[in-house]
Design a protein around this ligand. Structure first.
Ligand SMILES: [Mg+2]
Length: 131
């Protein structure tokens, strides 16, 4: 619920590199919590999107590779004119989080099964009344 006490669906955009995945020349690893967090957002009725400066094809490949397709409403290039308009972004780029609003995660740069940052983004959405 938002400040008026009414539920309002929002558009939540996940960045790819160093936010959802860590990749190197050998592998592409999904950050812990990605499935759970996206599922929770989807069940709440929010729009779940993934975007990247690497382009739409790259996003679609990454989403498919990690079996996230059924949880994602759209894949996009990171274009400021993107539709629908992002309401809340989850990104490792602080500048973009300042610009769009959202939650800044630390850069996911090595496999870490203990990483909780995507869940922390979810907690932020709870605090804001979106969950
Ligand atoms: Mg990034």
């Amino acid at each position: 619920m938002d400040e008026t006490g009414e539920f309002r669906a929002i558009n939540i955009f996940f960045d790819v590199d160093h936010t959802l995945v860590y990749s190197n020349q050998h592998a592409n690893m999904l950050r812990p919590g990605a499935h759970d967090v996206m599922q929770r957002l989807q069940e709440a009725g929010h729009g779940v999107y993934v975007w990247s400066a690497g382009g739409q094809d790259y996003v679609e490949r990454t989403v498919a590779m990690h079996g996230l397709g059924h949880l994602v409403d759209g894949c996009f290039d990171k274009d400021p004119r993107v539709q629908p308009k992002p309401d809340f972004i989850i990104d490792d780029d602080w500048y973009l989080v300042e610009k769009y609003g959202g939650h800044c995660v630390s850069q996911y740069k090595e496999v870490n099964a203990e990483d909780r940052e995507l869940h922390e983004a979810l907690e932020r959405l709870v605090e804001l009344g979106h969950l």
